[in-house]
Write a protein that binds this ligand. Structure first.
Ligand SMILES: NC(=O)c1ccc[n+]([C@@H]2O[C@H](COP(=O)([O-])OP(=O)(O)OC[C@H]3O[C@@H](n4cnc5c(N)ncnc54)[C@H](O)[C@@H]3O)[C@@H](O)[C@H]2O)c1
Length: 344
């Protein structure tokens, strides 16, 4: 297996998860990093033993010999950085969401196709053991017909969280509670339930000084006839209460909760399956809502780049939850039901 050489762009909060994960993967190394706040790049370089660092990521791409970039910058910047890397034949891992509009997300996918490089969109919660078991149960048809799905994201984000960086809570670089905080949950919903037919939603900014919503509710009609409900708020008093997904079908009911969809809360099927024995051991206790999934996610990236696996979440797969969230935003804006696919 080749050692995959990574370059990190953006040395903020989530980049730490990438650095810690890559340190644990045998045939992978972050060889360079960049941040417009040079001090962050230099501190990351020192802490994680990264050989070089830059203030300007374009100079980093120009000077360094890397196989893959890890894009950990504000969401609205992901597409332009990905296209520049792809044009240099560099593979891309982008943090979620891949971008905040469909046009630039499509440009990313196209640039990667044209340059024959991989595009990975980080959706680490898909890898949580209870979620993997739930996906397996759906694939084995243990639910029979799927009737309904619910995602509940009842978190707390103080104003100081949004004030930490200018991009947070803006339409240009972030999006709101749906696009940022709940994006993994919308991703799980569409990944588990299948294609979406149409949506309706309400959003509000009730408790923060930000442009985007800090709260919202959505109704999702799936093509298989099932109905989904999303209940999302960053205004829970006084601390994070729940991050869960519930799926109900003809022959089964499952709720996965905990703070990062990491615990089986309810697991019941008409017919027994040996997977039922794995429920207890699948639970975990992450220290933050980011969970433990970056290690598994990046291990898959390394395996794919070594020709040993297929991507867990590629650009086309990452685009689906982006389209769903943008449809919910459109519905909230125009006050009407919105059908998918969205016109670009
Ligand atoms: N997978 C997850 O669970 C998860 C969790 C948190 C954040 N994220 C995503 O990760 C991304 C970053 O979030 P964060 O919380 O780390 O933000 P952050 O503000 O802590 O970090 C972003 C960093 O990017 C740097 N940056 C901005 N513009 C740059 C440029 N042009 N060139 C180089 N560096 C630049 C900033 O200086 C900052 O250090 C967002 O897209 C967010 O949605 C994902």
């Amino acid at each position: 297996m080749n050692v995959i050489k990574f370059g990190l762009i953006g040395c903020g909060r989530i980049s730490v998860k990438h650095c810690e994960a890559i340190e644990k993967i045998d045939n992978a190394k972050i060889v360079t990093c960049a941040d417009i706040i040079e001090k962050r790049a230099s501190e990351t370089s020192e802490k994680f033993n990264i050989k070089t660092y830059y203030k300007d990521y374009k100079t980093m791409l120009e000077n360094e010999d890397i196989d893959c970039v890890l894009i950990c910058t504000p969401s609205g910047l992901h597409p332009q950085m990905a296209v520049e890397a792809a044009d240099r034949k560099i593979n891309i891992v982008t943090e979620k969401p891949m971008g905040i509009d469909l046009k630039s997300a499509d440009e990313m996918v196209q640039a990667c196709d044209e340059n024959a490089v991989e595009l990975f969109v980080v959706k680490q919660n898909r890898l949580n053991p209870p979620i993997q078991l739930l996906k397996k149960a759906i694939d084995k048809n243990r639910f029979g017909r799927l009737f309904s799905a619910n995602i509940t994201v009842r978190w707390t984000r103080p104003q100081e969280y949004y004030d930490m960086a200018k991009w947070r809570g803006t339409w240009e670089f972030d999006g709101g509670a749906f696009m940022n905080q709940a994006s993994h949950y919308f991703d799980l919903m569409q990944w588990l339930m299948g294609p979406v037919d149409s949506v309706m939603s309400f959003t509000a900014t009730n408790n923060h000084k930000i442009e985007t919503e800090d709260q919202g509710a959505g109704i999702i009609h799936f093509r298989n006839g099932a109905i989904g409900v999303a209940d999302v708020t960053m205004n829970t008093y006084p601390k994070n209460l729940e991050g869960s997904i519930t799926i109900m079908g003809e022959n089964g009911t499952v709720k996965i909760g905990g703070i990062a969809v990491n615990k089986v809360v309810h697991w019941e099927f008409k017919e027994y399956d040996d997977d039922d024995k794995l429920i207890e051991t699948s639970n975990s206790d992450p220290t933050s809502v980011y969970g433990f999934g970056h290690l598994g996610y990046l291990q898959n990236v390394v395996d794919v780049l070594n020709g040993q696996d297929t991507p867990n979440t590629d650009g086309r797969s990452g685009r689906k939850s982006l389209e769903l969230i943008l449809a919910l935003y459109k519905s909230a804006k125009i006050g009407q039901k919105v059908a998918l696919p969205l016109k670009i």
